[in-house]
Write a protein that binds this ligand. Sequence first.
Ligand code: 1OR
Length: 329
Amino acid sequence: MTLSLKIEDNAPDPDDPDYVPPANFSKGRRASVSAEPLSMEDDITNDRVIHPKTDEQRKRLQVAVKEILIFKSLDQEQREYVLDAMFEKAVPAGEKVIELGDNGDFFYVVDSGKLDCYIKINGEEKKVLTYDNTGAFGELALMYNTPRAATIIATEECVLWALDRTTFRQLVLLTTMKKRELYEEFLNAIPLLQELESYERMNLADALVTTQYKAGETIIKQGDEADSFFIIEKGTCEVKIKDTHTNEEVKLTELERGQYFGELALIYKKPRAASVIASTDVSCAVLDIGAFERLLGPCVEIMQRNVSNYESKLTELFGEQLSIDDLRR
Ligand code: 1OR
């Protein structure tokens, strides 16, 4: 198999004066990791890593990687290449899989078991999250050539899938870095997302899919079932609701770049409360419901607070006390 990939090692160099490390990074000395020669004019099959697997293992691996965001931008062929290179690793309870400050060697996907993630804040170790039978970690040191930013410890017996640094950089790095760079500035400027750590915003970038809509196109329709959340990247949209008496559509508000919609139905698990129509050609960064729930938890409270703004706008328009629920009938 020949992959038509031309990949260069364009990871940011932390010794470069213009290098801005991602926030929350371990500020430790640069690890003595020498970048592999990744200018790959040649057929990358030369160094292809293959760890043979039984059918049962392959099935388990496929389930484990299903929701791994940084694998989502791989095409079928790249995906097979990555899965072939992964190998199973059994980890006993109490083992440190990754130690803060170490050099990065592998990227890990959780098959089963629980692991805790600790970072150091003002010299003190603090648990920041738990991987519970799902998720992936260890990408940062491989992507940015930095020391490990956190310690990961198995709190029970675990099964992980490991991917070597070279294969990770050959296949995953380029697509993921491009996407993170593409969305970084945009996401950093959105007030709602200030609640997130910058690491969480990077994960959000991995999950977003840019979707285009033509002027006049209905993006969401009042009363429909909901499965996505939208942030406007380009263009403007109108939010319209049906007047419950006349059945006519009334414009509620206009939304522009950086504003979001589609959150209510996802938070309250109800049908869409309004329609959103593209007023110009529009690009939206779209998040599916699973990623919305996993990645935007810290922002839900702010979105909920906004409901009272929606309701006062409704009252202003219709001259009677209306709740969002009245719109779903
Ligand atoms: P790594 O290669 O640096 C440790 O090895 C891994 O822990 C790291 O990649 C991430 O995959 C994972 N900050 C830094 N690394 C984190 C964080 C994190 N959470 C998971 N890892 N957080 C920022 C805390 C201020 C936690 C955000 C919820």
